[in-house]
Design a protein around this ligand. Sequence first.
Ligand code: AMP
Ligand code: ZN
Length: 136
Amino acid sequence: MSDCIFCKIIQGVLPKYKVYEDEDVVAFLDIHPVSVGHTLVVPKKHYLDLVNAPPEVAANLMAITQKIAPSIMEAVGATAFNLALNNGAQAGQVVNHVHLHIIPRFADDGLRLWPAKEVKPTELEDTVKKIRTLVV
Ligand code: AMP
Ligand code: ZN
């Protein structure tokens, strides 16, 4: 994709802080990190998002994450990490080339996950019915 920033990074047109590379995947530091060591795991082929990527590509992103996340944590002294994927604009996806975020975490780093809601069991029942009729 000619106008995709990650394709340009993969092609070497734009610079990157490369953490890992193989035939299919490249991982590089996020230029606006949530925490030190924040790494993006990106397939070399362009796919819009998770749903539009072949299952084997999605599975490989996870496999590479398993491989490199412990080294990233060790390098920056993290004790944990969050794995994030923003799927679609309303979920915060800005770069339309599927990628995983490895976000190293530290004790008392002050980062918060999403706020959870209180819901009635009937709401959960309604929701699960709607989903189940569509999931095959
Ligand atoms: P997302 O919001 O899930 O699409 O994430 C896109 C991420 O790409 C953001 O966290 C950006 O900071 C990051 N990003 C954008 N341009 C670059 C770049 N040239 N090199 C590294 N990371 C980038
Ligand atoms: Zn791309």
